[in-house]
Design a protein. Structure first.
Lengths: 388, 161
């Protein structure tokens, strides 16, 4: 029965740090900076709307594309925020988080052997999802460019089989984001070579040093972009699993075809809550953003002082610190830090080979936790250098 | 509200240096701002919120809301009489309100008897006090924006992407 599992799945690289994760989960009193979600609970008015919808008996399927009022709300929101015009009928699809949106778009466009560009370090699922869709991920190492994709590196990696790029900004795990000007340069290259931009902007609301530019709002970009976003990070709604995909109508139609056969629709309670999130205003989002920004300044300053060089992330809630000076590999560092000081971080190589030599520390954690973590890391480094 | 105030209102233990780092400001500037707030009476005090539902202090076991109906005085209105009332240590809060009565007090004491005595012997006999109405508090749920319930933190998965 060796053939029970499909070859493509069998050959998929299992996450090399699974063992480390199990170690973390089995340990008590760990301060975890390994968490990839907000430490806030969903604001109460949104939770209340979910409860109310249940009380009212909203327990059915919705249309495949998602509740019309939610799509309309998203359409208006994007118009207002980015001057983007997406028709709620044909150009917006409600998905189970950005994850489903990503899976759908990759399956909707990929023919066997098509190449998809993935700048690394990147969120863990982009490569495997591309492979499952029958495509070939082409990883672009961005380490030498301070983790920023440059137009030159982009152009170098494009050939006639290149179908799309998965472009995530602000980026998990590096926190890197791009200014309007930088995005325009990338857009030009993509248009020139007819490469579709799959733009994962889930952290867009958490951009600290300049205004977030939505890729589709760039000149001539809208017809060449599938824009993925959701409510998880900005409204602290990770567990509700609501995202959306916006794009040219034939692409959204193709994605909807897959979505209706596999998912049917996003749970109605979550959609009702997401609708309330759009209605109830931006105040909680702005409050959380200010809090993240303050923590960012604290942790980046502390890490640099500890001798773990770390760029100022422009968005998201991750500090991506270099641990090269310790001479340890990312996984060894993470393991030793966990065992000796009970602080959990994510080894950088989890995000692709160019993350080696780095660890990702999430500052979606209370300031008290961050302070204690910094103290422990400091102790850890002192001991390590003594032994080393 | 200035972000320095927002930070201190959440956690008054943070040092000037820490606040400066978080706001990318010079420590000297933060210190100056804080001193100014203190001087202007915008920052009044730094205190700790204690959940009195869990720590019983015998002197403040019983709390009551007291509505006080008063006759305002010529020239000074309610202020003078309010001052006479809020100067009693038993009065922990005092507000002038619109509606059917004038002052709303929060009074603390070690038992109902003490609070009743305060009302009967100190408050009600005052000239200008026309009447009082006392409501003893039975349970506190939320105070000054803080929910007084010790909630278990919902644990996030310790590691996620």
């Amino acid at each position: 029965m060796n053939d029970r599992i499909a070859h493509i799945v069998k050959e998929m690289q299992p996450s090399g740090i699974r063992v480390f994760f199990d170690l973390v989960l089995g340990m008590k009193d760990v301060i975890s900076l390994g968490v990839g979600e907000p430490d806030f609970v969903t604001p109460w008015p949104i939770r209340e709307a979910g409860i109310y919808s249940l009380e009212q008996g909203f327990t059915s399927y919705t249309s495949n594309k998602g509740l019309y009022k939610l799509r309309l709300g998203i359409s208006r929101y994007l118009k207002n925020k980015f001057h983007l015009d997406y028709c709620p009928d044909e150009e917006i699809l409600i998905t189970v988080g950005v994850s489903e949106g990503m899976d759908l778009i990759l399956r909707a466009i990929t023919n066997p052997g098509d190449k998809v560009l993935v700048p690394i370090p990147s969120y863990v699922s982009y490569g495997p999802m591309t492979e499952l869709a029958g495509g070939i991920p082409v990883y672009i190492d961005t380490e030498k460019q301070k983790f920023k994709l440059t137009p030159a590196d982009l152009e170098k990696n494009i050939d006639r089989k290149t179908k799309a790029i998965i472009f995530n900004y602000p980026a998990n795990p590096t926190g890197v984001s791009y200014t309007h000007k930088e995005l325009s340069e990338i857009n030009k290259v993509l248009l020139k070579h007819n490469v579709l931009c799959i733009s994962d902007e889930i952290y867009g609301d958490l951009t600290y040093d300049f205004e977030h530019t939505s890729f589709a709002s760039l000149p001539r970009a809208k017809d060449n972009t599938v824009y993925l976003d959701g409510f998880s990070k900005s409204y602290a709604m990770t567990g509700w699993r609501v995202g959306f995909a916006c794009g040219p109508k034939e692409i959204i139609a193709a994605m909807t075809k897959i979505h209706q056969y596999t998912i049917m629709c996003v749970p109605i309670t979550s959609q009702m809550a997401a609708y309330e999130a759009l209605q109830s205003g931006r105040k909680p989002v702005e409050e959380m953003k200010r809090e993240y920004r303050r923590r960012r300044e604290f942790i980046v300053d502390a890490l640099n002082q500890l001798g773990l060089p770390c760029m100022m992330p422009q968005g998201a809630f991750y500090a991506f610190a270099s641990i090269k000076k310790t001479g340890m590999s990312s996984i060894d560092f993470a393991q030793a830090l966990l065992k000796n000081q009970k602080v959990a971080v994510v080894p950088g190589n989890a995000f692709g080979k160019s993350g080696e030599g780095y660890v990702r520390m999430s500052y979606a954690s209370s300031l008290d936790n961050l302070k204690e973590a910094v103290n422990r890391i400091s102790l850890f480094l002192r001991r390590e250098t003594k032994h080393g | 509200m200035d972000e320095i105030l927002e930070i201190l209102e959440k956690d008054a233990r943070l040092s000037v240096n820490e606040i400066a780092t978080m706001l990318r400001k010079k420590p000297a500037d933060v210190k100056k701002a804080v001193l100014k707030y203190e001087k202007e009476g915008i920052i009044l005090r730094y205190k700790t919120i204690i959940n009195k539902e869990l720590v019983r202090d015998p002197d403040t076991t019983v709390r009551a809301l007291i509505e006080v109906d008063i006759t305002p005085q010529k020239d000074v209105g309610f202020d003078k009489i309010a001052e006479r009332i809020y100067s009693f240590p038993e009065v922990s809060s005092c507000y002038l309100v619109s509606g059917t009565y004038d002052l709303l007090l929060i009074v603390e004491g070690k038992d109902m008897h003490t609070v009743s005595n305060f009302v009967a012997e100190k408050l009600a006999p005052m000239v200008n006090v026309k009447g009082t109405s006392t409501h003893f508090l039975m349970k506190k749920y939320k105070e000054d924006g803080v929910i007084l319930k010790h909630k278990e933190d919902h644990a996030r998965i310790a590691i996620s992407y």
